[in-house]
Design a protein around this ligand. Structure first.
Ligand SMILES: NC(=O)NCCC[C@H](N)C(=O)O
Length: 319
């Protein structure tokens, strides 16, 4: 079976098809193992599987067609993938940008082989076998898609920090222009903050607002277009000039998963059960509803709902 018609132009249009990946066969048994793979703490296989089941159930209940990449792994990639506890965090590995699948390159050594395995599964799902999507690596530079947001049909917002770097951005810009986007805004989260991806500090709230941790207002945005010289804008100015209000994410102890949600439809987002009650009052004024799902066991991997889902198809318009 192959999937036809992949297409994504925003973060919040109706989510029609989404990829996830079932947890690996290995568990993370000790604090040292957790540290080796970028987890916050140990997690048993059973707890991870139960949480993954609840996530899949919630996505299906809200009408998404679900593809578990574990079902599409070619034989040659299966053993490595089964031993990769981070494989549940499919978001970082690739993205559908316009009508194109763009693959990333892991900057964290523990994830390099897992990215390759997941790319092989995506190729199987989308092309029915190996085929280069639009790899943006080339220079060995990192690009992980927890750092990339499709703001709308024209704009993409990217973080260069712990996991994504400027060399990879060059290749990504060419891909973005070829896909039809006209502007890429770039922010650089300082590495010493230890925030591995932008989606742990930021997310969109539909077409008229974004949610951002307050430190982001201090970081300038480099605005890049295909034809003009890059410009600097302030963080808040960048968004307000483009018709989006910046809502401050309430202070929260690390790890902070409040921003790590996914839009299921223009007025509905799915967050973890612990984040949902804190998000609901924030987004009420925008007419957005929040659904919660108990994935605390998977959050021990240092990611939440956005990291665990890879949108393959969103309805092209908000209508
Ligand atoms: N977008 C995300 O923030 N993804 C979470 C990835 C967590 C994983 N343990 C990692 O270190 O890459």
């Amino acid at each position: 079976m192959t999937l036809t018609g992949i297409e994504c132009w925003s973060e919040s249009a109706q989510l029609e098809c989404v990829a996830v990946c079932r947890p690996a066969a290995l568990e993370v048994a000790t604090e040292m193992e957790a540290s080796a793979v970028g987890f916050i703490g140990a997690v048993s296989r059973q707890d991870a599987e139960d949480a993954s089941g609840r996530l899949c159930e919630a996505l299906t209940r809200f009408g998404c067609r679900l593809f578990d990449l574990g079902d599409f792994l070619p034989e040659s990639a299966r053993a490595v993938s089964d031993a990769s506890v981070n494989r549940v965090f499919v978001r970082d590995t690739a993205a559908v940008v316009g009508r194109q699948l763009v693959t990333g390159t892991a900057a964290f050594a523990a994830r390099i082989a897992e990215f390759d395995a997941t790319h092989a599964a995506l190729a199987e799902l989308i092309h029915g076998g190996p085929r280069d999507a639009a790899p943006v690596e080339g220079t060995g530079a990192g690009l992980e898609f927890g750092d990339v947001f499709l703001l709308d049909e024209e704009r993409i917002f990217v973080n260069l920090g712990l996991r994504s770097d400027a060399r990879a951005l060059q290749g990504f810009l060419e891909t973005a222009w070829a896909a039809g986007f006209q502007e890429v805004g770039v922010v650089c989260i300082p590495e010493h903050l230890g925030i591995i991806h932008l989606d742990l500090a930021f997310n969109v709230l539909g077409p008229r607002a974004v949610l951002a941790r307050t430190f982001l207002k201090h970081l300038p945005v480099r605005v890049i277009t295909p034809a003009q010289a890059p410009q600097w804008e302030s963080f808040e100015g960048y968004f307000t000039r483009r018709g989006r209000k910046v809502l401050a994410l309430p202070a929260s102890e690390a790890p902070c998963f409040l921003s790590n949600y996914i839009f299921l439809g223009p007025q509905l987002l799915l967050a973890s059960q612990s984040a949902a009650p804190r998000l609901q009052p924030l987004v009420k004024e925008l007419g957005i509803e929040v659904e919660g799902v108990d994935i605390a066991a998977l959050e021990r991997g240092n990611g939440s709902v956005r990291c665990l889902t890879l949108p393959l198809k969103r309805r092209a318009t908000y209508a």
